[in-house]
Ligand binder design. Structure first.
Ligand code: NAD
Length: 306
């Protein structure tokens, strides 16, 4: 016998889902055109990895100028202390901690120490990363393992360290550095692309897991950053055919864009921002050979180096 009541309730559930899907799609499009006002980070404790150099240092300086308390973390103690010194010269609040983020127990001990000495971390920025750049058969096992440990696993260790207190307060923001290489495959970056695709996967799955959580943890936000090339020395031999489209930015410019995206709680951005639409909604929807034909025309990537 047909279960009429069950069928009606399924139909209503389906219609209600359609309404929600349409509402969220329109809201998403509206938010892309009119982003929310930037949030205040004065009372936030902002834990950033890789603050000894490049984008990490510049983000630390900018968040400190906004009044946040910065927990600067790097494997390189002296360059990290230099960042803290720069922040303090501007009368900002910052603490320096040396840590190899690939070492899970060191990360856990650091989290406990930061909790005692500074307070509850409310914004976690997983920024430390490396980029071996050569054909995959020339990359050593050691290079690949180290890269995955820094670029992927360290994200998971810090999330395991800081998410519990964010959940307890239903307040927090997790930010991860992916890359344009986390949106499209590029020659000479096979393991790196894998690691940056993984970062996007971790962030998306984490957002879904917390959305599914019955405790309604909507106070925890997520932002994933996908820069193209930032002039920090990480990418030594960029190859760019159309300079205006694929603009190289300096670390300060990148940090300005990232800090703004975090404050507006944007889920994912590219740097430059125009590439987001092109890559996500055009390039990724094309059949693979068509996307390759575009890539060959654009002829953008990185040449190998040691
Ligand atoms: N620069 C670019 O063109 C570019 C493009 C896309 C994505 N990214 C990503 O942005 C992030 C920052 O890049 P960047 O160019 O500022 O790099 P960078 O090399 O200038 O700085 C990285 C910092 O991370 C630190 N670090 C490295 N290994 C560490 C470890 N095990 N533990 C703790 N700290 C460690 C380094 O000491 C350094 O201070 C990386 O994740 C990178 O993959 C950079």
């Amino acid at each position: 016998m047909v279960d009429i009541q069950g069928a009606i309730s399924l139909l209503f559930e389906f219609l209600w889902t359609l309404i929600k899907v349409n509402y969220e799609t329109i809201r998403g499009m509206w938010r892309a055109l009119v982003p929310p006002d930037p949030k205040d980070v004065k009372n936030d404790i902002i834990f950033i990895t890789g603050t000894g150099h490049g984008i990490g240092r510049e983000m630390a300086l900018r968040f400190a100028r906004l009044g946040g308390t910065i927990v600067c973390v790097d494997i390189n103690a002296s360059s990290n202390e230099e960042t803290v010194k720069l922040i303090k010269q501007e009368k900002g609040k910052a603490h320096s901690y040396q840590c190899d983020v690939t070492d899970r127990s060191a990360v856990m001990q650091l989290a406990e120490r930061v909790g005692r000495e500074v307070g509850d971390v409310s914004i976690l920025i997983n920024n430390a990363g490396i980029m071996p750049c050569k054909p995959v058969l020339q990359q050593t096992e050691q290079e690949i393992r180290l890269m995955n440990d820094i670029n992927i696993n360290a994200n998971l260790w810090t999330i395991q360290a800081f998410l519990p207190s964010m959940i307890a307060r239903n307040y927090g923001h997790i930010v991860a550095m992916s890359s344009m290489a986390g949106l499209i495959g590029l020659s000479n970056l096979v393991p790196y692309c894998g690691s940056k695709f993984a970062v996007r996967g971790i962030m998306e799955a984490l957002a879904v897991e917390l959305k599914d959580d019955p405790r309604e943890l909507n106070g925890i936000k997520f932002t994933t950053i996908c820069p193209y090339i930032v002039d920090t020395g990480l990418c030594k031999k960029p190859r760019i055919r159309f300079q205006n489209l694929m603009k190289v930015v300096n670390a300060g410019e990148a940090a300005d864009i990232i800090v703004d995206a975090v404050r507006r709680e944007i889920t994912e951005i590219t740097i430059p921002s125009e590439l987001h639409f092109l890559i996500r909604y055009i390039h990724r929807l094309m059949p693979f050979p068509a996307a390759c034909a575009w890539s060959a025309f654009v002829n953008t990537g990185v040449d190998p180096h040691d």
